[in-house]
Structure formats: structure tokens, C-alpha cells
Design a binder for this molecule. Structure first.
Ligand code: PEP
Ligand code: CO
Length: 497
């Protein structure tokens, strides 16, 4: 074995051990500490409670036409068991705290919107395995633990730029995601139905059940890393690149085994996997907010992590009011419209104790605006000593409509925004802490370019998204290799190949 190969193998061993730490997802003993019944609360002025958001303006919130029906749905949810548990949420927070100090990389990915009709085990599995592949590549590249978070098991509600959609002379309320109404263009389908929240809860419970099984039941065992290659990706350039890479990791594992490391232990056989979604539909989030009896803290048990979107992050709005009181790690999306002063106020509201790992800033601006705006934002945060994790969402600032009517994203623009994000952090001496992507493991044709052969002409072939265009499995893997190479260069390590 050449020294460079040996060195990178040993390096990889150290990182893979961290990245594949056994999960607390199923074995948490604190699970029972979360109260099954949320106590009823009332909003006291100035004080936080799970419903104090109701005293604020809530943008992007659906209007329900039947109050009794809404109450019925919310009461059903309040009787449902938490989807995630406080102990798991704290485990994620600890990992994020390390990332906040430059010792970790956050990988967030999944559908733009989950959908009732699209749900099946294979879909969840395919997203899960492409995230595993990406995490492996990124662990190698970043030389640090990669925290895996799926935009899954609750990513249903969507903000819309227009409240109504007009087709010909018919105008109907916009589709806001399956948790609110349905996509079909009829008055009945577009009615906001509170019982969709209950259906979304049950689908999320199933998704989580599958994810927990995959994370801890043998699927994620690092010795199976060759099997993670998705069938269609296998045929692509990125697929064969992954295959070569996986062979290298296999060699390292054999080397470890030979020197006496137990590669069948939980460290190698199981992984941590967390969930996150946009905290948009507040009646749903409130109904799943429970008090942890160990710490007395409130947790939104609909997901491990919640983020507030670019369109709902008003300082005095309902979404910041709700999130400021929950114990979960939080994210906030920011475009070029966010000023340094506004960002500092957001930090004070969402992370008043300046706790490391509590707040992730998800930057989505497009490359050009990012180069112009991000330095000032980082400077303000550094000057005021705010603890944040900076991550890049290189997709939401790069959506465009094609002449033939498809919403798409070009791989070149996504790559340019990522490059800008890394360049700016390098200049500012800050940590590029992660990436947030709309992606799927499936062979969809929704974003153009990359080494994939998706073009404007072939978008129609498998354009399956319910909302924004997603990177397919091969394009997502290509992004992982790009980031990995960039991180290796940054750390003075040789290229992967
Ligand atoms: C999203 O993440 O799907 C989304 C709507 O993002 P943003 O808030 O950045 O527009
Ligand atoms: Co989106």
C-alpha cells in the first residue's frame, strides 16, 4: 500500500468511526420522559407558550373555514404520540454544537415537498441511501463527522408567492402542500382541510419507522457501502466514481480488521439519522409540542430540527414567536434581502442564550448576490460573537422557468453558488458548516446539467416533483464529490482520486 493511500485510509477510519456513531434513535431511554399529553396552555402576554404565536401575524398560514373541524384535527394530533423524542433531539444538538465549533458538517436533503400519493418504502429508502453515500464521500472530504438530516417525515407545507392560482378564467386557492390541501385544480381539492394534518402525521410516523429501521437494522452497515449505489446511478459516471471510492473505503476497513478493530460493532453497523422540515403550519407544530418531564423544556416533537423559511421569518411574526420557545435545534433561511442588523435580531430571538448548535443559518441567494452580501452578514455575526452554523442552500436562489414551462435549476448555477459560499468562508475565516439540498434518490429529470444528461428537452421525461425541481441521485452524488474535493483542498489533503 502506498503511503498516501495508507494515510488516507487511516484518516478515513478515524472519521468513519465518528460519522457512523450508533444512533440514539431507537434506544433512547429518555423517550419516556416526554409527556404523552401536552398540557393545555394559554398565551400570557410577553411570555412564551406553545400557542403564544396566535397573538402574532402568521404569514403563509392557511385559513380554515370550519373552526370546529380544525379543533377536532388538532385535538386528534394532541393525543398522538410524539414522532421524535427529547433525547434524540438533544443528541442532534450536541453534534451540531461540534459543527458550530468547526468540527462537523451538516448534510440536509430530501424532497421539496412530500406527498400522500408518492409515499412508498422504496422512495424513502432511495433518499436514505443517497444521503448515506453522500455522507461517506463528505466524511472523507471534510475530514470531520457528517451529520445526516433528512428533509423527510414532515416536509409537507409550502409557502407560496401567490395566494391564488389562475388558469384561464378560473381562480382557485394555491396548492400549499398535502398537509393543507390537494394539488388537483378543483375547488374541492384546493379547500384547506385540517384533517390532512392527521394524514400527514401518520405518513410521517411510517417514514420515521422506515428510517429508524434502515439506520439501525443493518442497512446502514458500512460493510454494505457498495450496495448503497443506486441501480440507475450505477450506470453513470458518478456511479462508477462512487464504486471506485467505495473500493478504497473497503480496503481501509479490511486494514482495520487486520489490525484488530471490531468492524462488526455498532459503530460500523449503525448510523445516526435525523429529520427536519420547514416550521410553517403552526397548528400542526403546536399540537406536537410536548414538555420534556426531565428538563421541563418544550420540544416540538414533529421533527428533530425545524427551520423557518425565507418568507415567514419576520421578527415580530408568529413563526419566530413559536420557534423561540422550543428546545429543538433551529434553522432560518436567508436570501440577499436579509440585512446584517436583521440577522443579529433573528439570532437574539431564536437563540437568546447564544447556545452553540442551536441556530443554523441557511444561506440561499444565488452566487452573485452571495458574494456581495454574505461577507457583511458573517462580519456582523463575528463582531457580535454570535454562535451560528453557516450552511449553503445552493438551490432555492437558482430556480428558473424554461420556455417550455418547467420550473428547473441548472447544475452550473448550483455549483457556482456552492463555490461562492466556500470562497467567502475562506476569505472570512469562518466554517462552511454544511449543505441543504432538494434532492431525491430517484432517476428524475427535474434539474438540468451536471455530468447527467438532463437537458431542457428531456425535462418532461420524468418530471415528478410536486413543487420545486430536485437533483436526482447522480446529480446529488456529484455535489457531494465537489464539496468533498473542496474541503480536502482546504485542509491540504490530496484529491480523492
Ligand atoms: C424550501 O426550502 O422549500 C423553501 C420554500 O425555501 P425558502 O424558504 O428558502 O424559499
Ligand atoms: Co423548495
Amino acid at each position: 500500500m502506498k503511503f498516501s493511500t495508507l494515510a488516507s485510509s487511516v484518516l478515513l477510519l478515524a472519521f468513519s468511526a465518528d460519522a457512523f456513531t450508533p444512533t440514539s434513535l431507537v434506544r433512547t431511554s429518555t423517550a419516556l420522559n416526554v409527556a404523552a399529553e401536552p398540557p393545555s396552555t394559554s398565551a400570557a402576554s410577553g411570555e412564551w407558550s406553545p400557542e403564544s404565536w396566535k397573538s402574532k401575524v402568521a404569514s403563509q398560514m392557511p385559513v380554515y373555514d370550519d373552526e370546529a373541524e380544525l379543533d377536532d384535527a388538532v385535538n386528534r394530533l394532541k393525543r398522538c404520540s410524539p414522532l421524535v423524542f427529547a433525547g434524540e433531539v438533544r443528541a442532534l444538538h450536541e453534534q451540531l454544537a461540534r459543527a458550530c465549533h468547526g468540527q462537523g458538517f451538516l448534510l440536509m436533503g430530501g424532497d421539496c415537498a412530500e406527498a400522500f400519493n408518492e409515499f412508498n418504502v422504496d422512495h424513502v429508502r432511495d433518499s436514505f441511501r443517497v444521503i448515506l453515500q453522500m455522507a461517506l464521500v463528505l466524511t472523507f472530504g471534510s475530514a470531520m463527522p457528517v451529520i445526516k438530516v433528512g428533509r423527510m417525515a414532515g416536509q409537507f407545507a409550502k409557502p407560496r408567492s401567490e395566494p391564488d392560482e389562475v388558469r384561464g378564467d378560473v381562480s382557485l386557492p394555491s396548492y400549499r402542500g398535502d398537509i393543507i390541501n390537494s394539488e388537483e385544480f378543483t375547488a374541492e381539492a384546493r379547500r384547506n382541510n385540517p384533517h390532512n394534518m392527521v394524514e400527514a402525521y401518520h405518513q410521517s410516523a411510517q417514514t420515521l419507522n422506515i428510517l429508524r429501521a434502515f439506520a439501525t437494522g443493518g442497512y446502514a452497515d458500512i460493510s454494505r457501502l457498495q450496495a448503497w449505489n443506486l441501480d440507475f446511478v450505477e450506470q453513470t459516471e458518478e456511479g462508477s466514481r462512487y464504486r471506485k471510492f467505495a473500493t478504497k473505503v473497503d480496503e481501509s476497513l479490511r486494514f482495520m480488521k487486520a489490525i484488530g478493530v471490531d468492524t462488526s460493532s455498532d459503530t460500523f453497523a449503525k448510523t445516526d439519522f435525523f429529520t427536519a422540515h420547514e416550521c410553517l403550519l403552526l397548528p400542526y407544530e403546536q399540537a406536537l409540542t410536548r414538555k420534556d418531564s426531565t428538563t421541563g423544556k418544550w420540544y416540538d416533537c414533529s421533527a428533530h430540527m425545524l427551520w423557518v423559511g425565507e418568507r415567514t421569518r419576520e421578527l415580530d411574526g408568529a413563526h419566530l414567536e413559536f420557534t423561540r420557545g422550543i428546545g429543538n435545534p433551529l434553522g432560518v433561511k436567508i436570501s440577499d434581502k436579509c440585512t446584517p442588523e436583521e440577522l443579529l435580531n433573528i439570532c437574539d430571538t431564536m437563540n437568546p442564550n447564544n447556545t452553540p448548535g442551536k441556530l443554523t443559518i441557511i444561506v440561499r441567494m444565488g452566487a452573485e448576490k452571495l458574494r456581495k452580501n454574505l461577507p457583511g452578514l458573517i462580519r456582523a455575526v463575528q463582531r457580535e460573537g454570535k454562535s451560528v452554523i453557516w450552511i449553503s442552500d445552493p438551490v432555492h436562489g437558482n430556480t428558473r422557468k424554461t420556455d417550455n414551462g418547467f420550473k428547473t435549476r441548472d447544475f452550473d448555477n448550483i455549483r457556482a453558488e456552492l463555490r461562492a459560499f466556500f470562497d467567502v468562508h475562506e476569505e472570512m475565516g469562518s466554517h462552511p458548516g454544511g449543505v441543504h439540498l432538494e434532492m431525491t434518490g430517484e432517476d428524475v429529470t427535474e434539474c438540468t446539467g451536471g455530468v447527467s444528461d438532463v437537458t431542457e428537452e428531456t425535462l418532461a421525461d420524468r418530471y415528478n416533483t410536486y413543487c420545486d425541481p430536485r437533483l436526482n441521485g447522480s446529480q446529488a452524488l456529484e455535489i457531494a464529490f465537489l464539496i468533498a474535493e473542496r474541503m480536502r483542498k482546504r485542509s491540504g489533503l490530496p484529491p480523492i482520486e
